[in-house]
Design a protein around this ligand. Structure first.
Ligand code: PLP
Length: 403
């Protein structure tokens, strides 16, 4: 018999969302009369808008004709890479710095292969669980401790620091995961904050994996939508992004990663060249159908549809935040992000999760699942049907948070 990979054994109990699903099932079984509403996971709910959907259908039709058939497309459809460069980056990148993928999460997992098990990892605390769990899987996290992993620097993001970490805690030569607008806190970093992040990375010889999966939710024009708006970022950062939360492609699967050629390892080797090698070795390109949908999404009409879709979810977010604030629960997020981060001082996150489930029949996400600094917070997701969100807000109106 083969021995289990010790890195898998080091993963802490159940990934957060399966655990929520398990508790939800258990509650539903013992309360068959309850109509549960989920404001828990970040899964999109609205149908694809017509122009974007037609782009996907066109992609499928093209595969059925000899003149337009296509097979493997390696780093991605050139037209899509060009359009991403134009729409998101003002054409500042070379086309071979943009790699099309099957989504941001998949790229985050693969990116770890670039740095191996010796790298020191720093994460915002709380953060999207894949940064930590992906590090554990490649053996870069060190041993498990009561609150996390010994080899990872957790950079607390709390009300006291306006949900932006103390950058002086970043060790030399760290791999820094940074997400803005943030999942789960909903906080979007300002230009000055991102300038200080880039300065800290340059000073410590660190590399930033910037996760911009929610950039299309930014409405405040002063907030940067990409790390590459910051001078110097192309020497210390790469960026992952996705069509999931903007165009509703959670089930279609399409994303991209920008790896500037200026980005180098300690020995001067090109990070871009290694990423190209990793991608061509263990990935065979995103679906051509999805890429046709992506092109439609980035056309002028598609971008209007993305704006309407993200406006819709932001409308949900405003309703949820309004309902919580009526209860005097202090919240951040929901304005430039689809997540609302609600504070229940001195309360345990999983107990609050259970209490909201029991009293309101609403499924949320306990903040502690995103890292130690998430304790006593609950994340409310704005991804839901409008009627469900309205009903959830009515039920929340009667909620009494324990003092
Ligand atoms: N990055 C963040 C911060 C996310 O919250 C998510 C999904 O919830 C992803 C990436 C995953 O994106 P994709 O669907 O492109 O894999």
């Amino acid at each position: 018999m083969l021995k289990r990979n010790q890195n898998s054994a080091n993963l802490k109990a159940g990934y957060l969302f399966p655990e929520i699903a398990r508790r939800r099932r258990e509650f539903a079984t013992s309360h068959p009369e309850a109509r549960l509403i989920s404001l828990g996971v970040g899964n999109t709910t609205e149908p694809l808008p017509p122009h974007i959907c037609a782009g996907l259908a066109r992609g499928a039709t093209m595969l059925g004709a000899a003149e337009s058939y296509s097979g493997y497309m390696d780093e991605g459809l050139p037209a899509l890479r060009k359009r991403i460069n134009a729409v998101f980056y003002d054409n500042k990148h070379a086309i071979d710095e943009i790699f099309i993928s099957d989504g941001a999460k998949c790229d985050i997992g693969r990116l770890q292969l670039l740095f191996g098990s010796d790298v020191h990892v720093a994460v915002q605390d709380p953060s999207y669980p894949v940064y930590v769990d992906g590090s554990v899987l490649v053996g870069a996290a060190g041993g498990a401790t009561a609150n996390g992993y010994a080899g990872i620097s957790y950079l607390p993001c709390t009300a006291e620091n306006d949900y932006f970490p103390d950058l002086s805690k970043i060790e030399s030569n760290s791999l820094i995961y940074f997400c803005s607008p943030n999942n789960p806190t909903g906080a979007a970093a300002t230009k000055a904050q991102l300038q200080s992040l880039v300065a800290a990375a340059l000073k410590t010889g660190s590399l930033i994996i910037f996760d911009a999966a929610y950039s299309e939710y930014i409405r405040d024009r002063a907030l940067p939508k990409t790390i590459f708006d910051i001078e110097g970022a192309d020497s210390c950062a790469l960026e992952v992004n996705s069509f999931s939360k903007s165009a509703g492609f959670t089930g279609v699967r399409l994303g991209w990663t920008v790896v500037p050629k200026k980005l180098k390892f300690a020995g001067g080797e090109s990070v871009n060249a290694d990423w190209s090698r990793v991608m061509s070795t263990i990935f065979n390109g995103a679906s051509n159908i999805a890429q046709s949908g992506g092109l439609a999404a980035l056309s002028d009409t598609g971008l209007k549809e993305i704006k309407a879709l993200t406006d819709f979810y932001l409308g949900n977010a405003a309703l949820i935040r309004g309902a919580l604030e009526k209860l005097n629960i202090s919240c951040v997020g929901g304005d430039n992000s689809p997540y609302i981060w609600a504070h229940f001082p001195k309360q345990d996150s999983w107990s609050m999760f259970e209490r909201i489930l029991e009293k309101c029949h609403v499924v949320t996400t306990p903040g502690s699942g995103f890292g130690p600094a998430g304790e006593s917070f609950i994340r409310f997701s704005a991804f839901g049907r409008r009627s469900d969100v309205e009903e959830a807000c009515v039920r929340l109106a009667d909620f009494k948070a324990p003092k």
